[in-house]
Design a protein around this ligand. Structure first.
Ligand SMILES: [Zn+2]
Ligand SMILES: [Zn+2]
Ligand SMILES: [Zn+2]
Ligand SMILES: [Zn+2]
Ligand SMILES: [Zn+2]
Length: 354
């Protein structure tokens, strides 16, 4: 790495052998990107009931003792998985108690299939009252004290012959003195079909979905749920694109708690990861993906204006340079001095002009 940095320093016209003692300072600032995903298992059991005959439930795998039931560890700890089981011998089909073969008596018509309806409705021409006929008031028997006073306006509608008392020019022309008309809904039969059961008298039992039976069983669920966390040491922002893109990251994957961390990991990073590696409660699988990139920060005494960062890439050691803090401070000092001089000159000009 020092050699590679030496070549960069030489480009600035500074000739120095960085590998000789005291010529350069090198400190490691390696990068780490570690992702840990565990699969956590949970087992639960409860009584179940479903409507109808359930082949899909009968086809489920069975168990006898849930706690000791063997289950394969997850192939991929990052993917959630759910296994549904039926306790051996617990599957039963029981008849529904609220119906017969999925159907029950219609509550609306109490099983008759039809509902009563008035056969007649009041006449909407005379209102169904005494105006039905001015001779007999719609009764068929002419009133003893003669005809009622004609209440109709001069140009009112014509009256008809009464079908009850047979007097001419006396009855409502719509009902001909009857005061009522046939009901159009039941066509004067007195009954209509029950709309709840469409005349059948029986309806589908909703509780058992019309199947007339329930499937009952003791069911268990064994679930594998991923639990992910991240441990990282990212690069400073000003060199991150280069290290993320060109960096030749070293990659290690651990799949069990006994797998060893890579030997070339920095001690600080090893400690950071170690804190997260203890076996969790109900852990049944894990995948620890460790990516790390050795990154050296190099300063050369003969080149105080620059700081160099070196890291391995697919095409050899890559070197990036940044202005040193010292240089940045110097530059800003020069800049402020320049501004101060400019302000003074301006003041001088103003004074002279006045
Ligand atoms: Zn039922
Ligand atoms: Zn009428
Ligand atoms: Zn009449
Ligand atoms: Zn009716
Ligand atoms: Zn009905």
């Amino acid at each position: 790495m020092l050699q590679a940095v030496g070549q960069h320093v030489a480009r600035h016209g500074i000739s120095v052998l960085l590998t000789s003692p005291g010529a350069a300072d090198l400190s490691w600032q390696s990068l780490l990107d570690c992702r840990i995903v565990r699969s956590i298992e949970e087992r639960s059991e409860r009584e179940m009931r479903a409507t109808g005959r359930r082949r899909d439930i009968a086809d489920r795998p069975t168990y006898t003792d849930l706690a000791s039931h063997p289950v394969d560890p997850p192939a991929d700890p990052g993917t959630p998985h759910r296994l549904e089981l039926v306790r051996e011998g617990s599957l039963e089909e029981v008849a529904c108690e609220g119906c017969e073969a999925g159907r029950r008596t219609c509550a609306r018509c109490t099983g008759n299939g039809r509902l009563t309806c008035d056969r007649f409705v009041p006449c909407d021409g005379c209102g169904g009252g005494i105006d039905a006929c001015w001779e007999c008031d719609g009764t068929g028997r002419p009133r003893r004290r003669g005809r009622r006073t004609d209440p109709r306006p001069v140009d009112g509608p014509q009256r008809a012959r009464c079908s009850r008392c047979h007097r001419a020019d006396a009855a409502c022309p719509k009902c001909l003195g009857k005061g009522r008309m046939d009901c159009s809904v039941c066509r004067a039969t007195g009954f209509v079909e029950c709309s709840a059961c469409r005349g059948a008298g029986r309806v589908r039992h909703t509780e058992c979905a019309g199947t007339g039976l329930f499937t009952t069983w003791t069911g268990a669920v064994i679930s594998h749920t991923p639990d992910a966390r991240k441990v990282e040491e990212p690069a400073p922002l000003y060199i991150r694109p280069a290290t993320d893109g060109a960096g030749d990251w070293r990659r290690t994957i651990l799949t069990s708690a006994t797998d060893k961390l890579p030997d070339d990991l920095e001690p600080a990073h090893r400690a950071m990861i170690d804190r997260h590696l203890a076996v969790s409660k109900n852990e049944v699988g894990r995948r620890v993906t460790i990516r790390h990139l050795p990154l050296a920060r190099v300063t050369a005494h003969a080149d105080p204006d620059r700081v160099y960062f070196a890291f391995p890439s697919s095409t050899g050691i890559k070197v990036l340079e940044r202005p040193s803090k010292q240089r940045v401070v110097r530059f800003s000092a020069i800049a402020s001095t320049t501004i101060a001089v400019a302000v003074l000159l301006l003041l001088l000009v103003v004074v002279v002009l006045n």
